[in-house]
Ligand binder design. Structure first.
Ligand code: G3I
Ligand code: 9MR
Length: 584
């Protein structure tokens, strides 16, 4: 019975902590909230798939049970009493093309009583335990937002803030060499910021884009990661913790601008390091050439950041805004500086031969921050297409961010533009909601590319934004079912976030997690997810003829499906905040 009480205590701890209590919240971001897996009343089979974090009482609840054999009955067992509290029957068997599985589904939406349960399928198959309650996402939000702290470059991850994942500082980046392809010589300091992913590179495009998604969460839900909630070094400095964390990236990004206004694409070694700790990776790092896309992303992010930060430090906010305007001018004068790795460089390329989405985002943020006509003129003549294409992420999702910013400041827009943007956003959300309702596990993706988990979330992000304009229940259902996918209602049976759920990834492609000698990976990271194109150089033993949704392996070697990355985490705080606000 012991694990069982632990579970009860844990759920009490989670549900008793209200979102407005920053003090209590900070206690949640510690080891007690993660990797709590020894809590089954009956041994669980992971052939029963659902959201391993649980469900809000009134949410739609669908479990998917894989396997060919017929199922006659399914019950819900209350883990506090051991008693069966609901008995039902699944729908008829069907075949799921994306996963290649035959499945039954069980709809228990009608069951709304808060508590902790296991599903029992026929005589002796049991699910993982799951919770029904209003607090299911509270600690998850904090853990996921906190993950950026672990990416910090050039500072010790302390025991106080990093818990068992504390580690020495890596990469001071005080002596970074200009790569010869920049046309510049000598060393420069460009310290701080976040590591991009499982590798140690710092890439402006992805950093600025990810920080932009996080800032959008903060702008929309300013109270959900308040000061003191994340247990980071700046906690209790009077500034929202999520904003403090984003500033750590902004301070680095601001160093990446050349004197002429253009922005260097990335700061990396020439080749990826081995599986070593950050402080052991001491190869020379380089500033790589400028690019148009990075320059516009930089402009957008710093212009957005300036608005958020001005009430805390107006001088800094003004300096960022001036940098953003200078970057804009360079981008306009250099519209086709597309980045390609120099011949001696093989780190991530983040190549993008269409900077129009970055430019649109920059124009939107600059317009709202300055009110200047130039930016409105650009926007008016360049409204983007909002049809979602898989792979829309670091390369092109930022056009939506521009639209969200404009619609959040609708009053300063000409009416015709606001109307057109709304119409397009609703059309896009309708299309995406339809995809969610059609595909196997009710996720918005059927083409699983590198980082498919970010596609799953970005689809939901668009739908959640449309809900702000037109609160259709189908939209919120689609957001919830995307979260269900992410936390375990999917063909792999994994919750896709380290430290969350009963079956999270344990062997992510993340160098510190691989090299630190700690069994549990750094928590709060979303892994890339199924990738049908399986571009791993190494031998990864994907399941035989892995269908799209099963092209995932929880092994270090699979960087094409199991790496972690800034932009795969960055939609999640927003989605969890959306869900938390909808929980009643
Ligand atoms: O757009 C095409 C699509 O049309 C085609 O159907 C599909 C399958 O061939 O491929 C699509 O392009 C893929 C693209 O991602 C967008 O999904 C490329 O094949 C694929 O190679 C590319 O992967 C990128 C990967 O780097 C390799 O360059 C990922 O988007 C990108 O997120 C990832 O980023 C890396 C950084 O470079 C380094 N740091 C880690 C980070 C995460 O892995
Ligand atoms: O570890 C690298 C990862 O961060 C990148 O996203 C990925 C794709 O560019 O490449 C990984 O590095 C691998 C390299 O490309 C090929 N040899 C094996 C490396 C990982 O062990």
């Amino acid at each position: 019975m012991k694990p069982f009480f632990t579970l009860l205590l844990l759920s009490l701890l989670v549900s008793c902590n209200t979102i407005d209590s920053a003090k209590e919240k900070s206690n949640l971001v510690d080891e007690k909230t993660v990797l709590e897996t020894s809590r089954y009343l009956h041994p669980a089979s992971n052939t029963i798939r659902f959201n391993q974090l649980g469900y809000f009482p009134k949410e739609k609840k669908i479990a998917t049970i894989t396997g060919n054999s017929d199922i006659t009955s399914i019950s819900i067992i209350d883990l506090t009493t051991g008693e069966t509290c609901m008995k039902g029957q699944p729908y008829d068997k069907v075949f799921f093309p994306l996963s290649g599985d035959t499945i039954h589904q069980f709809d228990f939406s009608g069951f709304q009583k808060p508590g902790v349960y296991q599903l029992q399928v026929d005589e002796n198959r049991y699910s993982y335990p799951f919770e029904i309650g209003e607090g299911i996402y509270d600690s998850a939000l904090l853990l996921v937002a906190k993950s950026y702290y672990y990416h910090r470059v050039g500072t010790d991850i302390t025991k106080q803030h990093g818990m068992k994942w504390h580690r020495p500082a890596g990469h001071p980046d005080t002596n970074v060499l200009y790569h010869s392809a920049t046309g510049k010589k000598g060393f420069v300091a460009s310290p701080g910021g976040w590591y991009d992913a499982g590798d140690f590179g710092k890439y402006v495009m992805n950093g600025a884009f990810s920080a932009g998604q996080l800032l959008h969460a903060l702008e929309t839900y300013p109270d959900l990661c308040p000061d003191g909630s994340l247990n980071i070094p700046e906690s209790r400095n009077g500034i929202n913790d999520l904003l403090d964390e984003i500033k750590y990236e902004a301070d680095w990004i601001a160093t990446m601008q050349d004197d002429d206004g253009g922005v260097f694409h990335k700061l990396t070694t020439k080749n990826f390091a081995g599986a070593i700790m950050p402080h052991e990776a001491t190869e020379q790092r380089y500033i790589m050439p400028k690019s148009t896309a990075s320059t516009f992303d930089f402009a957008a992010f710093l212009a957005k950041m300036a608005r958020q930060y001005k009430k805390y430090d107006s001088n800094l906010a003004e300096a960022w805004l001036a940098q953003a305007q200078k970057a804009w001018q360079w981008g306009v004068q250099n519209p086709t500086e597309y980045f390609k790795n120099p011949a001696d460089v093989s780190t991530g390329e983040y190549g993008d031969e269409d900077a129009s989405q970055e430019q649109f985002w920059a124009a939107a943020e600059l317009f709202v921050s300055t009110g200047e006509q130039t930016y409105l003129d650009y926007l008016s003549g360049n409204l983007p297409d909002l049809t979602y294409t898989y792979g829309d992420g670091w390369k092109s999702f930022m056009r939506y961010l521009g639209v969200f910013t404009l619609l959040d400041n609708e009053g300063s827009l000409p009416e015709a533009i606001a109307a057109q943007l709304k119409e397009q956003l609703i059309a896009s959300a309708d299309d995406l909601t339809n995809r969610v309702q059609t595909f196997d596990y009710r996720q918005g993706v059927n083409d699983f590319q590198w980082g498919s988990n970010s596609d799953i979330q970005n689809v939901a992000f668009v739908i959640a934004e449309a809900y702000e304009i037109d609160p259709k229940p189908a939209y919120s259902d689609a957001v919830f079912s995307s979260l269900n996918y992410l936390f375990g209602h999917n063909a792999t049976g994994y919750s896709m976030v380290t430290g969350l759920g009963d079956n999270p990834p344990m062997h992510i492609h993340h160098r510190a997690s691989k090299a630190d000698g700690i069994v549990e990976p750094v928590p709060g990271f979303v892994c890339g997810g199924p990738n049908y194109y399986k571009q791993d150089a190494n031998d990864v033993n994907y399941p035989a003829d892995a269908p799209p949704m099963k092209s995932y392996m929880d092994v270090w070697e699979s960087y094409a499906s199991n790496e972690v990355c800034l932009n795969w985490n960055s939609p999640l705080p927003y989605l969890l905040m959306f869900a938390i606000e909808q929980r009643k």
